[in-house]
Ligand binder design. Structure first.
Ligand code: PAF
Length: 278
């Protein structure tokens, strides 16, 4: 496995084997089983696999969140090596954001609600860096987790809108035994918060079961999840949503297809999770 930092070196490796299929897994590092499931899928579907590790400052709205973000590059590289990754790209911040940087990629309506509304600038930071990473790696397929459903929807939209020849593969959320969605932020939870955090999974699963049992009113599904989360004293709701899975527009009345999603604080740690019904 090669570990590469300069953009030109990454381009050269990619250019050397233009005829092969290249799978790409972009990450912020602090890898867990969720990331590794993307890597395994990429490994199974492509001749070559590149994973990037870059804690992208542009997608953190709070400096404290950027600083608190776990950094475990050596361990990450070992995990990627064990999964048979060919190239780990660890871009340099100064090279990714050269002096005078002023170009952004703004996917419009899809990024305005939910995470876009509650974390201003976050999704623009994601779509800008993903575009830059794609421009250098030029992957055949790129892999994203369903846990960040809005991010995946925005990346799908940008690939379509900017005519990029890249297949976006969205993989299922990987969960701990108690249902908590895997996230690099989970390590920041105290023991008590960690014990409380599976309430997200329970709220979503119960809403899905209610929907399956015939309760299709968006308002009722939302209030069902709200009551469940409010029963947990350590949980502070940021948002609860029943939205169209493609446009992320909030839905009202009976729904036959929806993304149920939540963002909930445990102290300073913000967790998100979602499930779809269709
Ligand atoms: O989901 C993530 O880890 C990040 O948002 C991504 C896609 C690597 C962009 O920095």
């Amino acid at each position: 496995m090669e570990i590469i930092t300069p953009i030109q070196a990454m381009r050269a490796v990619r250019r050397a084997e233009p005829e092969l299929s290249w799978g790409f897994v972009p990450t912020l590092g602090a890898l867990h089983e969720g990331h590794l499931s993307l890597v395994r899928r990429a490994r199974a579907e492509n001749d070559r696999v590149v994973a990037s590790i870059f804690v992208n400052p542009m997608q953190f709205e709070r400096q404290s969140d950027l600083q608190a973000y776990p950094r475990t590059v050596e361990r990450d590289a070992d995990l990627l090596n064990a999964e048979g990754v060919d190239v780990v790209w660890t871009p340099d911040e100064a090279e990714m954001y050269p002096p005078g940087f002023q170009t952004v990629v703004d996917v419009q309506a899809v990024t305005r609600r939910l995470e876009g509304e509650h974390r201003p600038g976050h999704l623009q930071g994601v779509t800008t860096i993903v575009t830059k990473l794609f421009n250098v790696v030029r992957p055949t397929r790129a892999y994203f987790g369903q846990k960040d459903a809005q991010q995946a929807a925005a990346v799908r939209r940008l690939v379509l809108d900017l005519s990029m020849d890249i297949a976006i593969v969205v993989c299922p959320t990987v969960r701990e035994a108690d249902g908590l969605a895997m996230s690099s932020r989970n390590v920041l939870l105290t023991q008590e918060q960690r014990a409380a955090a599976p309430v997200l999974y329970r709220a979503l699963s119960e809403a899905v079961r209610a929907w399956e049992a015939g309760e299709h009113q968006a308002e009722i599904l939302r209030s069902w999840m709200k009551t469940r989360i409010e029963s947990e004293p350590l949980a502070q709701i940021d948002y609860i949503s029943v939205a169209d899975p493609d446009t992320l527009e909030e839905l009202h009345g009976p729904v036959d297809r929806a993304l149920l999603s939540l963002a909930v604080y445990f102290g300073d740690v913000r967790l998100i999770d979602n499930m779809t019904v269709s």
